[in-house]
Ligand binder design. Structure first.
Ligand SMILES: [Mn+2]
Length: 468
């Protein structure tokens, strides 16, 4: 385990306060598209990029820019925390164990340069794309902030919203905390719950906003943003709601959720890349204000499919929480990864274990995680490349004896996004499914020389492209 001082030394950069500064600081990994792009092509183009992409010329929305793919791989995730890739996971894990830094409340900020109220607060003016052909409306993927009326803590999540009209949306609240907080407002006799849709903040905000775990009685995700960024976060009051929002955001849409009545919406796109669940009953939001920057505000999209931020982003804090739990058992954890290509249903542990017996505990700990993303857990050794599906598959094929290195558990909580899980009658959209843990590490019960890989002479040193 690293000493806290070592962790602090690894945070060698002060993070940028705003997304536009962040994209500038990290220009070396940002793909800038200056050619005109139609909004219907943005999703398909974004999803071909592995690194942050910025569209500067959107045919239908000339006043806006749009960015996506901010945190798809470890290189860009590490930039989000201002550390080297090798320090990324342990830094996030360490910072999540720290107390909340809270906010710095300020009177105004760049997000107030343009203020649209009443009928002018029309969010169909924003560059909101359709994500798949089955989307019934443009799909907003903002960071949503709601305030717990009992504690005052700021809970945030990234549930998508169908922009079904100029001032109307249907919010796909998938997180349990959103439902708990809505219930609190309802129990207080309120008809509406204030909500802010925040578009265009540094990616660390979004990593934290996707936290899921025990926290509601001690902080909200927003109070932890400054903690994981290791810097102050400024918040400004909303125009029409009793809520504060990030002063440096590009765009904020204010709204109020109707606490009574739901509307059926079909065919959402899950992180498993299927149209599951096939329908949801969603609460309606009425837009009350839009505030934004004056100079070509950057809309933040999260293209939902195929392999985009949609798979890793909601699971980055899960990786850090698992890092802490596995380290606590006594494993040396090199990496924990919900791979983008794993349909948000599988997890890779890259570990070394002190002696026999540890591996099954590590697999069970991960399989028994609070979230529904650990149906298949694969443990590999440090010499397996977790960024390469072929290398992970090779480890499964060569380092796992299915008769002794696989654990299968029946009848556990399944993901509503998993078509193989059995739908539970009377509990839509919940399902049950089994889980599998696969130990594909090099085995201490064998001669270590058996697991040495054979490579060509000068492998990794000479590149074919240099000879073309
Ligand atoms: Mn929460």
């Amino acid at each position: 385990m690293n000493a806290p001082s070592a962790i602090r030394r690894s945070s060698n950069r002060v993070l940028d306060a705003s997304l536009r500064e962040y994209l500038q600081t990290n220009a070396d990994i940002v793909t800038r598209i200056t050619k005109p792009v139609r909004i219907d092509d943005i999703g398909a183009l974004s999803a071909q990029s592995d690194q942050p992409i910025l569209f500067e010329n959107i045919v239908e929305k000339p006043g806006f820019r749009l960015t996506d793919i901010l945190v798809k791989n470890r290189r860009s995730q590490a930039r989000a925390l201002g550390v080297e890739p090798k320090d990324y996971l342990k830094t996030l894990a360490y910072r999540l164990r720290q107390p909340p830094r809270g906010f710095k409340n300020v009177k105004s900020g760049p997000v107030k340069e343009v203020i649209k109220l009443g009928a002018d607060a029309d969010w169909t003016q924003l560059p909101i794309p359709f994500h798949t052909d089955k989307d019934g409306a443009p799909y907003v993927t903002a960071m949503n902030i709601i305030k717990d009326p009992e504690t005052g803590f700021y809970n945030s999540c990234h549930a998508g919203t169908h922009a079904v009209g100029p001032r109307r949306g249907l919010v796909s609240f998938v997180t349990p905390h959103s439902h708990v907080i809505m219930r609190k407002y309802r129990d207080m006799g309120a008809e509406y719950m204030p909500i802010a849709f925040v578009m265009g903040v540094p990616p660390a905000y979004e990593i934290m906003a996707n936290f899921s775990g025990l926290h509601m009685d001690s902080w909200g995700e927003m109070e932890m943003v400054g903690t994981i960024m290791d810097r102050d976060v400024e918040m400004v009051p909303c125009e029409t709601l009793d809520l504060t929002v990030p002063a440096e955001a590009e765009i904020v849409v204010e709204g109020r959720i109707k606490l009574n009545g739901r509307t059926r919406v079909g065919e959402v796109t899950s992180p498993s890349m299927y149209h599951l669940p096939h329908f949801e009953e969603l609460p309606e939001v009425e837009i009350t204000a839009i505030t934004m920057r004056g100079d070509r505000p950057i809309y933040r999209n999260h293209q939902t499919t195929p392999a985009t931020d949609h798979q890793p982003l909601p699971r980055l804090c899960h990786e850090a929480v698992l890092y802490n739990r596995l380290t606590e058992i006594g494993l040396n954890v090199k990496d924990v990864r919900f791979p983008t290509w794993g349909a948000a249903l599988s997890c890779i542990l890259q570990v070394t274990v002190p002696r026999e017996g540890f591996m099954n505990d590590a697999l069970m700990t991960t399989m028994g995680a609070p979230w529904l993303n650990t149906k298949i857990v694969v443990a590999v050794s440090p010499d397996t490349d977790v960024d390469d599906p072929a290398d992970v598959y090779h480890a499964i094929a060569t380092r796992c004896d299915p008769s002794r290195d696989v654990i299968i558990v029946n009848n556990t909580r399944g993901s509503p996004y998993d078509p193989s899980a059995k739908p539970l009658e009377g509990h839509y959209p919940w399902r049950v499914v089994g889980k599998m843990g696969i130990d594909a590490t090099a085995k201490s019960r064998h001669d270590p020389a058996d697991f040495e890989r054979a490579w060509p002479r000068n492998w990794g040193k000479v590149k074919l492209e240099d000879y073309l």
